[in-house]
Design a protein around this ligand. Structure first.
Ligand SMILES: [Zn+2]
Length: 306
């Protein structure tokens, strides 16, 4: 009797592990960093967006140094530094981080060594210090070294001031992760959203670390209030945009949420929901591959199921 109970328990553990393993999705192919070029867009008033590989970077230049938002992947540090040096000889004084994901924080270590003060929500520091695991792929990011961790943390908001310029950094709880912040440069009317907003592609939603589809919609509503019709929006990924584009993006999120919820209510499994291609119209509009379209359904499904 004891034996059969024990083996039944062992069988359950194996089944559980198999079910968890089945849900893992393949990793995206690694970017070819050697081929990446950093493109600089002038947003006016000595404020710029830098696009390379990974999350967009915002740069605000002053006569006493540079305020930078997000740091992309580690191997791009030298190229990003060169792109900023083409704008100003001033050093990078502050590196503000919108959330802990590696495509936005990979450069922290090198920019930290260069002398930048890293600023982020306290949960970003915790995630970077402990390391993290991707809920869809199982990919593990190891703990970051001390120099890559935020030196200055906040809970609700902080204003970084440098030579008459100001970056207003505000936290929104439980949106894309549990440590998201957006950054507003009022003198340039530029709003850096981090991954709360992406243009031309689906967002990721980190359902393991506090993100959810309903949180994303709530976060976008806060950004819509922070922006006006003339605001230049620097999204987490994709081109510079406008408040009208953020409204369209919000409509997409709501539509996708309702479609996936209808599939859940009809008793569909996650794989069945993916196979149903509920967002075929947006898939075509974005022109993204099956992996990206499937993963978006999965993160919406899992955040609604939670
Ligand atoms: Zn992200």
């Amino acid at each position: 009797m004891r034996m059969s109970l024990a083996s039944a328990a062992a069988a359950l553990v194996v089944l559980g592990a198999a079910a968890a393993a089945q849900q893992l999705q393949p990793l995206a192919p690694p970017p070819n960093f050697d081929a990446v070029q950093i493109k600089t867009a002038d947003l006016g008033n000595r404020t710029y967006m830098l696009e390379g590989e990974g999350g967009n970077i915002t740069v605000a230049v002053t006569d006493g140094g540079v305020i930078m938002v997000d740091s992309q992947f580690a191997p791009l540090h030298d190229k990003i530094k060169a792109a900023i040096a083409a704008l100003t000889p001033q050093p990078i004084r502050y590196l503000i981080i919108t959330h802990f994901h590696r495509d936005h924080t990979g450069g922290n270590e090198a920019f930290g060594k260069d002398g930048a003060t890293i600023v982020a929500h306290e949960n970003v520091k915790s995630r970077l210090a402990s390391g993290s695991r991707n809920g869809l792929t199982g990919n593990v990011v190891p703990p970051a070294p001390a120099i890559a961790l935020p030196k200055q943390t906040f809970t609700d908001e902080v204003i970084i001031r440098l030579q008459g310029r100001a970056a207003a950094v505000r936290h929104i709880p439980a949106v894309h992760t549990d440590g998201d912040a957006y950054v507003y440069f009022a003198d340039a009317n530029v709003l850096a959203t981090g991954d709360i907003v992406t243009f031309g592609r689906y967002p990721n939603i980190d359902f393991v670390y506090g993100g959810s589809i309903d949180g994303m919609i709530r976060g976008v509503d806060i950004l819509l209030q922070a922006a006006n019709d003339a605001t230049r929006i620097v999204p987490g990924h994709g081109p510079v945009g406008t408040k009208a584009m953020v409204r369209d993006y919000r409509a997409m999120l709501v539509t996708a949420r309702d479609r996936v919820q209808a599939l859940i209510s009809a008793g569909k499994t996650e794989d069945e929901a993916v196979a149903a291609k509920p967002n075929a119209d947006y898939d075509a509009k974005f022109g993204v591959d099956a992996r990206a379209t499937g993963n978006f359904v999965r993160v919406v499904y899992r955040s609604l199921k939670k």
